[in-house]
Design a protein around this ligand. Structure first.
Ligand code: ADP
Ligand code: MG
Length: 494
């Protein structure tokens, strides 16, 4: 089990401190061309009911056939979650009636899921990491969608999503704050995107979370939980947890009890609202689907998938730190999105001396490039400065052809106009002057013109900075700062 929570995670109530306990059930749409049990397309958008096979429409006598790619995606995901892969799992029918579910049941996995227990490391902004246990991952079908706003007197049904494969990833109740809950979803989404098993697009509904929240006195027994359904943004996960914890603490401190119930998050009001209580909960009458044999594969199938897994964010982060001396924070920023890590690696691939300049390159990617992309609202894929161009700029700094200050000007030119950074430096005479004769002349002129400042600097050596500034200015920022410093010290007798 996890260590006791830090006091900073506790919530102060009228009767003392409270601890929040959270477990998440995340539904992630499997990235696959066709559905879990039919050949219909999973494409987003399209006309209503354009991607519906006879199986998805539940015509009598149709038989589901498992899509091997969806099975592979679930196994890859399980491996990415450091989880137990079950070589034998079964599909069950979860029975309920709803107009968007023509079968009258959802095919899901109940007692024997394809993936068992695992764990993921979650980084939280305050620097504390937490391990969150994974209880299971199972495969199931998505339902269709009811459209209530297309016709004044009728609700319409769109079955395009009916039968699309979902992975339900259930965490253990190991999460202790809204921050941790958000960081968990975010890390899970990053892992899924690295694996390519879910696009993680919460706006399109590819990833959504049911958030289970309870509160207890620190170290006490688990409290009764409420489940907030279908939360579709990371920010809302945090808001729902905070609101719900406060609500439960209020009830308990007034001497009440928590009813186990399903609630909805109202994003407009930032509140959760009761949807149904446990008494009204469905009895799904799960039973094994007689149309589907148990799903069985051998360890060789798992091993082959494992051998092809991409490097995942934790491993990449550790490698960036070990090989290039990056700070944990910088490495964390670079690996937090697959595209960012790929860009940085492309820069490394172009550098003349990656071991020497890998850290410098990380600073440039994070501070200059990401900073600018964020400011302008441009995605990394559309960056006007390519990995090769950025690497050329870093090379020029690393080999002392240009100073960091000139490099910023160069970056600006490349951002605005494109072009080969090296050629721009040549054409515009931006090279750093390391020739000490040329610099010495500038230094002498400034020293001779300012006898009062010389006296001051001799009394207070920190004032050398003023001279450095003057020399840099009159050289157009091109003098090598080290050479300038050395010369000044000598001339001023410091
Ligand atoms: P069910 O089978 O009723 O859905 P589970 O035991 O599978 O319940 O738990 C569902 C989710 O609720 C899991 O993510 C789990 O971590 C979480 N959970 C269970 N008990 C609690 C609790 N007391 N407080 C918060 N979350 C909980
Ligand atoms: Mg459940």
């Amino acid at each position: 089990m996890n260590a006791p929570v830090k006091p900073s995670k506790l919530i102060k109530g009228a009767t003392g401190d409270w601890e929040i306990v959270i477990g998440l059930e995340v539904h992630a749409q499997v990235s696959s061309k066709s559905k879990l049990f039919s050949a219909a397309a999973t494409e987003f958008g399209g006309d209503p009911n354009a991607h519906v096979s006879l199986v998805d429409a539940a015509m009598p006598g149709m038989l589901p056939v498992i899509n091997e790619e969806c099975v592979k995606q679930a196994v890859r995901t399980g491996l990415g979650l450091n989880a137990q892969i079950n070589l034998r799992s079964t599909f069950d029918r979860k029975n309920y009636f709803y107009p968007d579910l023509p079968q009258g049941y959802q095919i899901s996995q109940y007692k024997s899921p394809i993936v068992g227990e695992g764990v993921i490391q979650v980084d939280v902004e305050d620097g504390e990491g937490v391990s969150v246990g994974i209880e299971r991952l199972h495969l199931e079908q998505d339902a269709g969608k009811l459209l209530h706003d297309q016709n004044p007197t009728m609700s319409l049904v769109d079955l395009n999503r009916s039968g699309v494969a979902l992975m339900e990833i259930v965490s253990k109740p190991d999460i202790r704050s809204a921050e941790q809950a958000k960081a968990y979803v975010s890390k899970l989404r990053t892992i899924l995107r690295y694996l390519g098993t879910c696009d993680g697009d919460m706006e399109k509904g590819s990833l959504r979370a049911d958030v289970n929240v309870s509160v207890r006195k620190p170290g006490g027994p688990l409290g009764t939980r409420c489940e907030i359904k279908n939360v579709n943004s990371i920010r809302f996960v945090g808001q729902a947890v905070d609101y719900e914890a406060r609500r439960q603490i209020g009830i308990l401190e007034d001497g009440g009890t928590i009813n186990q119930e399903t609630r909805l998050f109202d994003a407009g009001r930032g509140e959760t609202r009761s949807m149904r209580s446990k008494e009204e909960a469905h009895d799904y009458r799960y039973f094994p689907d007689p149309d589907l044999l148990p799903l069985e594969f051998d360890q060789a199938f798992v091993d082959a998938l494992k051998a092809e897994l991409p490097e995942l964010p934790d491993a990449k982060k550790a490698r960036f730190i070990a090989d290039f001396g990056l700070s944990a924070d910088d490495a964390g920023v670079l690996v937090s999105e697959r595209e960012s890590a790929e860009f940085y690696e492309a820069v490394l691939g172009e550098l003349a001396n990656p071991l020497r300049d890998g850290k410098l390159a990380a600073n440039w990617v994070i501070n200059e490039l990401f900073g600018r992309l964020n400011k302008e609202g441009v995605a990394i894929e559309a960056s006007p400065v390519s990995a090769a161009q950025l690497a050329a700029i870093v090379d020029l700094i690393g080999e002392a052809t240009i100073s960091g200050k000139i490099a910023k000007e160069l970056f600006e030119i490349v951002w605005q106009q494109g072009g080969d950074p090296r050629a721009i430096v040549d054409a515009r005479g931006m090279k750093q002057v390391t020739d000490s004769g040329a610099i010495e002349k500038v230094v002498d002129d400034i020293v001779n013109a300012n006898p009062d400042k010389v006296a001051q600097a001799q009394a207070k050596p920190a004032l050398i900075g003023w001279f450095v500034g003057q020399v840099m200015k009159s050289s157009g920022g091109k003098a090598n700062p080290q050479t300038v410093n050395d010369l000044l010290k000598r001339k001023l007798g410091l």
